[in-house]
Ligand binder design. Structure first.
Ligand SMILES: [Zn+2]
Length: 330
């Protein structure tokens, strides 16, 4: 979408990647688009803004938090009551909503609101001490992380709330479907949600502890999950006891991922503390976990995931071959 011809295009990260500006990783993977402000955009335009939203350190800007990054933030807030962490998270999200409303006002002031499709969404939710004291959004895939609200604003859309699901891959085909004269994109896993609605979505979390593709990869986190509007299933790939032993080691070594849990559970008696650790390990290692009351069965879920992984492997292989062939021809 960021290379559509005839459009003024901007990718803005004012509150994220604060010290990088146009050189952020998100700019790099999107082909280095400009970073113009909304007021400078000329019609027709595609304007994408990455806002800090509910990212840690909650309630502070990246440069404002006196302790520095997220690890320090969770270390500090692990010593406080969980309610304080939740309050800070709410502050962070509310700030993001205010920023978004500011953009809506800018469009209104320029008389563009009625001719602009506005979308507000998030890439993930956040864990705030659930499942024994887990925080942030790395893993495991769970309802708190995978379900995020998405809002479409346009005069042609009737205001209503839908409980059905939409996946991130559906956003691009949906935008194309709403644009006059734009064809549905090929080579996409998504669909135009105003024509058809997806029944399930998937979220895969892989890696996180080692960059290695060799032996150490056997200890990386791998959780594949599938979701519908009522719940979902998570399947952990590595053996339960191997991962449990490894994560226990990480807890003892005070890996930043568990610092909140360690500090926040410190005041509890040892028995209660152990119950919380067990709960966290269960959610990160159990081979199969069910959340909510999914419409699809576990067997259907397994089948969809393995079919997806199979076609993905074939696609990846085809891509590798074509890249190799192109390189050879060059
Ligand atoms: Zn994010």
């Amino acid at each position: 979408m960021l290379d559509m011809r005839g459009f003024d295009i901007s990718l803005r990260c004012e509150t994220t990647w604060t010290d990088m500006g146009d050189d952020s990783q998100i700019h790099e993977i999107s082909g280095n688009p400009h970073s113009k402000s909304l007021d400078d955009m000329e019609e027709p335009f595609i304007y994408i803004e990455d806002d800090k939203g509910g990212h840690c350190p909650y309630g502070y800007s990246f440069s404002d938090y006196s302790g520095g990054g997220c690890n320090e933030f969770f270390r500090d807030y692990g010593r406080k009551c969980n309610k304080v962490l939740r309050r800070k998270y709410r502050e962070s999200v509310q700030q993001s909503i205010r920023n978004f409303q500011g953009r809506i006002d800018q469009l209104k002031d320029r008389g563009l609101l009625d001719s602009t499709l506005v979308i507000f969404t998030s890439d993930h939710g956040e864990l705030l001490g659930e499942y024994g004291g887990l925080v942030s959004h790395g893993r495991p895939p769970c309802p708190e992380l995978v379900y995020v609200p998405t809002v479409f604003i346009h005069p042609s859309i009737k205001p209503k709330m839908e409980k059905s699901i939409i996946r991130h891959v559906d956003i691009y085909p949906t935008i194309c479907g709403m644009m006059k004269g734009s064809r549905s994109p090929r080579n996409t896993d998504g669909m135009n949600i105003f024509e058809k609605q997806p029944k399930v979505g998937m979220s895969f979390r892989e890696g996180g502890y080692f960059k290695s593709r060799g032996f150490l990869n056997h200890f990386n986190y791998i959780g594949h999950s599938i979701w519908d509007e009522r719940g979902g299933y998570v399947f952990h790939k590595h053996g339960k006891y191997r991962m449990m032993a490894f994560l226990l080691y990480k807890i003892i070594k005070k890996h930043p991922e568990f610092i909140y849990m360690i500090n926040n559970n410190k005041r509890d008696p040892i028995g209660k503390r152990l119950v919380k650790y067990k709960l966290a390990l269960h959610h990160m290692t159990n081979p199969e976990i069910k959340y909510g009351n999914p419409v699809i069965t576990k067997e259907q879920a397994k089948k969809i995931i393995s079919l997806y992984l199979e076609t993905k492997d074939k696609k990846d292989e085809r891509l590798r071959i074509s890249v190799r062939d192109t390189k050879r021809k060059l």
